[in-house]
Design a protein around this ligand. Structure first.
Ligand code: F6P
Length: 541
């Protein structure tokens, strides 16, 4: 695998020249000139239909972008990913999330060893455990059936499973509530414990490292809550762990048969198809979890085999580079038009920004171009009454990815959601000119009402929000993220940038324990610490 500077390639130079010519080309005119544009630039895969026709593409653009994919050896990097090569070059690890959901007997090699067997064994254990809890066969310390599961985790140990359980609200098993605790201000945990019955509560501590301070702090509070209610002996019956650090989990008090393995060749933000999905299997049942895997695998097969010019993760990855580095955008809005998909933007935010929000290429050289966009979003309908004003009229263009589930709630509601999603996409593309406004508007308002348009968006349709299409959607974004990283010459699987803050937090906690700021600190941090220390001394301990 070669990680190089994309800006040195002939393809980048050709795209730079092409971009100059594109400045005067209007999306509206492209549609007027080509009635078949949608058919030509939309693809259906694994229950998803992805419409790229409202991206700023002329007939020449895609071939030039595909030249960049070839120049950056996307196919070679893709082959390395599936082959279990150490694509995570700074941690010298593979990134084999695709192996987690392959139902075939295909071998997946990590350092020469086939890990497919241990994946299937671990999944069997995890799903069997979930079935035992759901059926009541596995119960609490006093023999009572569990009715509440609390997943304690953060980042990839929270966002993926949380968004899955939220999306698959139509598939929840009865009489077992699954909630998620991530932040560490104890309010979230207290909220989750408010109505919990200790005899019937199961805690899932999800942490690849089993050292993340937020997670271990919450787990410690939860353990104390349980011990206060049922005694120390109950811990082993009410805690399970999903981790790569089984020794630490056993030291915490989790019994060996309740520890489900994670491996270092699965990145946290790529781990929802691993045992990190235990909370999903508990919430929706093993069969639904396996259906998620099937959908993700279908997208994996598409990514691995489809020609680049019909390969959705490749095309979406190329468009990110086209928008960020040639149209100079800086953000990406992900707007699901379905209440069930409302947490997707948060999951995709970590996936894309923690993977490619980097300033150094995998070869250690500084980048001279824009990398990951600032990914944000929220419920589409609510966003129209929040920030879409800026997306329509601000001088800063923000590409939008609309995600629309075509099934669901009552017909009228669905009509309203779909009509609004498509209207937003059309408005961004067409704009509203002064001429179109003038005939029925006060002259002094024309400038205020005009919308520039010519703003790019992608629309992803789910024919139905099912476990399969949810899994395919997650895999689509995982792979488009990997393609973007490859095009930028990045390592999409490490996250060194988060380590420094963690180290400083530990150092500040030492100051707080000592009751005073360390002498060498800047005056802002000293001032802030002192303000807190002053407040803390007044508040009841
Ligand atoms: O944000 C840093 C990070 O390591 C993420 O990559 C990860 O998903 C999260 O923290 C939680 O890590 P762990 O699963 O080890 O608790």
């Amino acid at each position: 695998m070669i990680f190089s500077d994309p800006t040195t390639t002939d393809a980048w130079a050709a795209l730079t020249r092409h971009r100059v010519g594109m400045a005067s080309i209007n999306l509206r005119s492209l549609f007027e000139q080509d009635p078949g544009r949608f058919d030509r630039l939309s693809w259906s895969v694994a229950g998803l239909t992805v419409d790229l026709s409202k991206q700023r593409l002329s007939d020449e653009t895609l071939p030039l972008l595909l030249d960049l994919a070839k120049a950056m050896d996307v196919e070679g990097h893709r082959a390395a990913l599936f082959a279990g090569e150490n694509v995570n070059v700074t941690e010298d690890r593979a990134a084999l999330h695709v192996a987690l959901r392959d139902p075939t007997d295909r071998a997946y090699l990590v350092d020469g060893d086939d890990v497919s067997v241990q994946i299937k064994y671990a999944r069997g254990r995890m799903l069997g455990f979930a079935e035992q809890v759901i059926s009541g066969q596995r119960s609490g310390h006093t023999g009572r059936r569990f009715d509440q599961v609390i997943n304690i985790g953060i980042g990839g140990s929270d966002l993926g499973p949380r968004s899955a359980v939220t999306a698959l609200a139509d598939h929840l098993v009865p009489d077992l509530t699954v909630s998620f605790v991530a932040t560490v201000d104890n309010v979230a945990l207290q909220d989750a414990l408010a109505d919990a019955n200790a005899e019937r509560t199961l805690f899932v501590v999800s942490s690849k490292s089993f050292t993340t301070r937020e997670t271990m702090t919450n787990a410690g509070h939860a353990k104390q809550w349980l011990v206060d209610a049922l005694g120390e002996a109950a811990v082993a019956d009410h805690f399970v762990a999903v981790t790569a650090a089984s020794d630490a989990a056993e030291a915490f008090g989790v019994s060996a048969d309740a520890i489900f393995p994670l491996w270092d060749w699965v990145g946290g933000r790529y781990s929802v198809c691993s045992a990190i999905g235990l909370s999903v299997a508990l919430a929706c049942g093993p069969t639904v979890f396996e259906r998620i895997l099937a959908g993700a695998h279908a997208m994996d097969q598409h990514f691995e085999t489809a020609p680049l010019d019909q390969n959705l993760p490749v095309l979406m990855g190329l468009l990110s580079v086209w928008n960020q580095d040639f149209w100079r955008t800086t953000a990406l809005a992900v707007l699901p038009y379905d209440h069930r998909l409302r947490l997707l933007p948060a999951h995709f935010q970590q996936l894309m920004m923690e993977s490619n929000g980097k300033g150094v290429r995998a070869d250690g050289e500084d980048v001279s171009f824009r990398t990951a966009p600032i990914v944000f979003g929220g419920s589409g309908a609510e966003s129209q009454h929040s920030f879409m004003q800026q997306i329509h009229q601000s001088p800063m263009v923000v590409p939008v990815e609309f995600v629309v589930a075509l099934d669901g709630q009552g017909e009228d509601d669905r009509d309203i959601l779909v009509a609004n999603a498509f209207a937003q996409s059309e408005a961004l593309m067409r704009g509203l000119s002064a001429e179109e406004i003038s005939q029925n508007s006060a002259k002094n308002l024309i400038a205020h009402k005009a919308c520039p348009g010519n703003r790019q968006s992608t629309t992803i349709l789910l024919e139905s929000l099912t476990p399969e299409t949810f899994g395919a959607l997650i895999a689509l974004y995982e792979h488009r993220t990997f393609v973007e990283g490859t095009l930028w010459g990045l390592n999409s699987f490490d996250q060194w940038g988060v380590e420094f803050g963690k180290a400083l937090a530990s150092s500040l906690l030492t100051d707080l324990a000592a009751g005073h700021a360390d002498a060498g600190r800047d005056s802002s941090t000293v001032g802030l610490l002192n303000a807190y220390l002053a407040t803390r001394s007044k508040s009841p301990l």
